[in-house]
Ligand binder design. Structure first.
Ligand code: AMP
Ligand code: MG
Length: 319
């Protein structure tokens, strides 16, 4: 059995495993991460093997303080510094020129590196005890739904990780927002757990991928099809009439649908986007395991955390 509750003792054991080149799945406030020593290329290679992740998809390094995280970059523009001060620890990843010590396998050969400081006490204690940056993508099989509980990790990766630290459900429930900078302006590489509006208040208006201005390309590895449930997923308008039945699942934003479905999940009865994001992957896991072949997913408002939710739904629905 490689799953243990998060306790001071299990965290110490996990840190020792990481220092010895082992692989540890652990909770963050976004989703569960599959961690390895970020300065050990062989350990990082095991992450790619366990996940079945292509090597061109770079990893995010996790640190336990902004001061330590900064050292992983060779240059930090002023607005990036402001974002670190304001939002770390938190669900914000910054992509900036990398320090020399960082192995190529982490950055997929890019001159930049992605770094964040997670806001989860178990994650912070683990990184601190390991005394090195921890590379940690989501602890799922590549292309499958992200894990927001230790059971999700166990179901997908089984005995792959040397240890799974169980810290309960993750609070935010969607991956971090990824920001880089181009000519002093923030560029949104991936919407996520920190609303873009909050970032823009501190760092100014952001360039969004696909927008004419700047035409920022999406982050490498942000493939069109990703976060995919095994069933087909179709995005619909809230309350839109659809054909239900024994093979259809339904993911509602705030109101139960009329009609019969194999399984129904409501993300937030109060229509709260934070609550909806926190339960998004757990709801999709449930609908998937209900045996539904087709999942209808209602569109949510595309502001705040709704942007991240819509991004994940769009990817899950891509063929
Ligand atoms: P995750 O799979 O949630 O750990 O997120 C990793 C993602 O961060 C990758 O799939 C990329 O989209 C993005 N990323 C990591 N490093 C870089 C980088 N150097 N430049 C641009 N995007 C990056
Ligand atoms: Mg992932």
């Amino acid at each position: 059995m490689n799953r243990r509750k998060a306790t001071p003792a299990s965290i110490i054991k996990a840190a020792a495993l990481l220092r010895a080149g082992g692989i540890v799945a652990f909770p963050t406030e976004t989703v569960y991460g599959l961690g390895a020593d970020g300065l050990n290329p062989e350990a990082c290679a095991r992450i790619f093997e366990i996940k079945g992740r292509p090597r061109f998809d770079p990893l995010i390094l996790h640190e336990c303080s902004a001061a330590r995280a900064r050292k992983l970059f060779s240059r930090v523009p002023k607005p990036a510094l402001k974002l670190m001060k304001r939002f770390w620890p938190g669900p914000l990843t910054l992509v900036l020129p990398k320090a020399r010590a960082i192995p190529d396998i982490v950055t997929a050969g890019l001159p930049t590196v992605a770094v964040r400081v997670p806001a989860n006490p178990h994650a912070l204690a683990l990184i601190k005890a390991a005394r090195r940056p921890i590379a940690a993508p989501s602890a799922n099989r590549f292309g499958a739904l992200s894990p927001t509980s230790a059971a999700h990790v166990k179901n997908q990766l089984g005995g792959g990780p040397d240890l799974i630290i169980d810290g309960g459900r993750t609070r935010i429930g969607v991956e971090s927002t990824i920001i880089t900078f181009a000519r002093g302006r923030p560029v949104l590489l991936r919407p996520g757990g920190l609303p873009l509006e909050e970032i823009e208040k501190i760092a100014g208006p952001a360039v969004r991928p696909g927008k004419a201005e700047g035409e920022a390309p999406p982050a490498p590895g942000c493939l069109k099809k990703h976060y995919a449930p095994l069933a087909r997923l179709r995005i619909i308008a809230p309350g839109q009439k659809v054909k239900g039945g024994a093979r259809a699942g339904y993911l509602a934003f705030s109101k139960r649908p009329a009609g019969r479905f194999r399984a129904v999940r409501v993300l937030s009865r109060r229509g709260d986007l934070r609550e909806a994001a926190a339960g998004l992957f757990a709801a999709l896991h449930k609908l998937e395991s209900s045996g539904a072949r087709l999942i209808y997913a209602e569109r949510v408002p595309a502001h705040g955390l709704g942007r991240a939710i819509m991004d994940r739904l769009r990817r899950a629905s891509a063929k």
